[in-house]
Design a protein around this ligand. Structure first.
Ligand code: G3H
Length: 245
């Protein structure tokens, strides 16, 4: 669905962003501080790299509508399905409300489609009530492989197909368009992550292209920049609703 920029406040815009803090050397103080920033910017989720942080993030986000976003099989996706499912189940038990799982890229490239689909279905089941996302690492795939991965994700009823883990080169606009076009008639939506510089302009272009969610370590800065771009007329400004008489 295209974003209605003219009727969306800066606060609403936050809900098109997941704030992701993924570095290996992240400490509890950082996680707690950045959770507060995600709340301030009204992001959709605060995403972190492993289930280890789930309880801390759930505690910080308590009482808000932000999702607690644990990654699964991050970032390589080459764990066995059983390991990924256990990681998903444990994260949900600890309070995760959205799970971003890494696809086994090699298995898809080996055309083991039944195996890949089964893993998607198992992950969906293991996630229980949590929202689900599957990271395909689009930059490593051909357009045909991107389309195949997206179709399998939709078939497994996973909520979001996500372009990247943010650990590699980042996907192109053409690759995002393959995802959007493949999924245009399905319930599965497109999340773009791993947005490279200039991040605000690139994030804006991906949202225009049909992605509904951007995941980034720079979500607050991007939201601020998009708001500035609106203020100076580079993108449509928010129009106050006219008062009904
Ligand atoms: O899940 C991945 C993150 O959203 C990637 O964000 P990043 O490229 O800004 O680290």
């Amino acid at each position: 669905m295209m974003i209605d920029w003219k009727h969306m406040t800066k606060h609403d815009l936050g809900k098109h962003f997941d704030y992701a803090i993924l570095p290996k050397d992240t400490t509890e103080d950082v996680i707690r501080k950045e959770c507060q920033k995600a709340i301030e910017y009204n992001c959709k989720a605060f995403c972190f790299s492993s289930s280890y942080w789930t309880k801390v993030v759930a505690e910080e986000l308590k009482g808000t509508d932000l999702l607690v976003g644990a990654a699964v099989g991050f970032p390589f996706g080459q764990q066995t399905s059983a390991v990924k499912c256990f990681e998903a189940e444990e994260a949900v038990r600890m309070g995760a409300t959205v799970l971003d799982c890494c696809m086994n890229v090699g298995a898809l490239k080996d055309k083991k489609y039944d195996q890949v689909l089964q893993e998607f279905k198992d992950f969906k089941k293991a996630s229980g009530p949590a929202m689900t996302k599957m990271i395909i690492e689009a930059e490593m795939l051909t357009d045909e492989e991107i389309a195949t991965a997206c179709k399998l994700i939709a078939k497994a009823d996973i909520d979001w197909a996500k372009s990247s883990s943010g650990q590699y080169n980042g996907m192109t606009m053409e690759q995002v368009l393959v995802m959007v076009n493949t999924l245009k008639d399905s319930k599965t939506k497109v999340k773009v992550s791993g947005v490279k510089y200039p991040r605000p302009q690139n994030a804006y272009a991906f949202l225009l292209a049909g992605a509904e969610l951007i995941g980034s370590r720079a979500a607050p800065e991007i939201i601020d920049a998009l708001d500035t771009m609106r203020k100076i007329g580079m993108i449509p400004a928010y129009e106050e609703p006219s008062e009904s008489k």
